[in-house]
Design a protein around this ligand. Sequence first.
Ligand SMILES: [Zn+2]
Length: 87
Amino acid sequence: MATKVVWDERLITRERAANMAGTWGLKVDNRGVTPGVYLRCGQCDGNVMLLPPSGYLVDPDAIISAVVRHMAMNHNYSLSGAPSAAA
Ligand SMILES: [Zn+2]
């Protein structure tokens, strides 16, 4: 099976991304405009990812990537896993 890289390994390793995402609280709902299951941030309720419809495979790497992206963009986490001083 081919490995699909969904983030830049020069910025953050797959292992570190998984460890970061694994600490983040998430919730799911279907309150979005587009029908489907929304993965939302447990802290700000922001949309992290729209999961594919029922019956489709979900790529765990894509979820990890989306969570880390949300942490960095919306909560000022550095890719080293630490909250930035400006947060
Ligand atoms: Zn958030």
